[in-house]
Design a protein around this ligand. Structure first.
Ligand code: SF4
Length: 321
């Protein structure tokens, strides 16, 4: 699927979904943690200060490219000189206003209002969480959905929860992240050649999106993938949900996905031909359910990440796992 078709698809799907900025909602200034994205019109409106969404304080969006580059959210231009990063930033700016799934909108905002006691002094993000990492990534990690008090709180994928602790520690161990911890936007974390996204961008109750919500959100992945395709070489899918969500997107985007579709499994590798050859890797999800029980160990995770990084020909520091 071409970029225009992809964008047209999600525009069509999300047309009519209330847009916070269009409804006159306001954005709060002065939040301690800022969320970098680059919708100039939105950001300009935000600078007037105000509230966004019913009873939900949200963080202040802005357009500081230097900061965005540091945090990895709106990265540098692509190797091939296109303006993919700018397109990706626009897509993210649209995404964070999405309200297409009523159940998830209600849940993400309720969690943001009520908060967990340990985070009661924090301002939750409480909105769709965009992908994290450079637009010219060679490797994409596809998870499931933001955690209620993790990414739904911090506004960055896998940031601020136990799953993220495991994932970023492994990414750092294999030379794909600048540091092993992910606490908040602006903590200095940078990803190397790697981007993280999700098939569902809003926190679902019990970490279980419905099939309808998965299908709603697929349009965002369908729009994101063509923007990443010029440099993308490998995709690591964390868990069966992401696997089931991703394969149809790849097929629609022109990759030759075998029938019957390859089954998810830890360590599974599926090379696909299409617009460009890519290889899809299966990996157990980094949920506590898997990591606490030893179903997924740090070594198992690092092995998959390192193999996918090498297949993508990402240069990693000597001695990295
Ligand atoms: S889950 Fe996806 S489609 Fe549904 S409201 Fe969130 S961003 Fe929109």
């Amino acid at each position: 699927m071409g970029v225009d078709r992809g964008r047209a698809a999600w525009r069509g799907r999300h047309l009519g979904a209330p847009n916070l900025t269009q409804t006159g909602a306001k954005l709060v200034r002065g939040a301690e943690t800022l969320h970098p994205f680059t919708n100039f019109a939105h950001a300009k409106r935000a600078q007037t200060g105000a509230n966004c969404g019913p009873g939900v304080e949200v963080l202040h969006p802005f357009t500081n490219f230097a900061h965005a580059k540091r945090t990895g959210t709106a990265p540098a231009r692509r190797h091939d000189g296109t303006v993919g990063a700018r397109e990706l930033a626009k897509l993210e700016a649209e995404l964070v206003d999405c309200r297409a799934c009523p159940r998830l909108v209600e849940w993400r905002e309720r969690v943001a209002r009520e908060k967990r006691a340990a985070f009661r002094d924090e301002t939750y993000w409480g909105r769709p969480v965009p992908g994290f990492g450079p637009a010219d990534a060679r490797m994409l990690i596809v998870g499931l959905a933001p955690a209620a008090h993790g990414a739904n709180r911090t506004g960055r994928m896998f940031t601020g929860d136990r799953s993220g602790d495991v994932l970023y520690a492994a990414l750092h161990a294999v030379g794909l992240a600048s540091q092993p911890t992910a606490l908040r936007i602006g903590d200095g974390l940078e990803l190397y050649g790697t981007r993280i996204t999700a098939p569902v961008h809003c926190a679902p109750p019990d970490n279980k999106p419905t099939p309808e919500e998965r299908d709603n959100c697929r349009t965002w992945l369908e729009a994101e993938l063509p923007l990443l395709a010029p440099t993308l070489r490998t995709i690591v899918v964390l868990g069966g949900f992401g696997w089931q969500a991703l394969l149809p997107v790849l097929a629609n985007a022109g990759w030759q996905v075998p029938r019957p579709r390859p089954k998810f499994g830890h360590g599974v590798r599926v090379p696909l031909t299409g617009p460009r050859p890519i290889e899809v890797f299966g990996c157990y999800h980094v949920s506590q359910q898997n990591t606490f029980t030893g179903r997924l160990t740090p070594a198992m995770l690092e092995d998959v990440l390192a193999a996918a990084a090498d297949a993508a020909e990402i240069q990693r520091p000597a001695g990295a796992g």
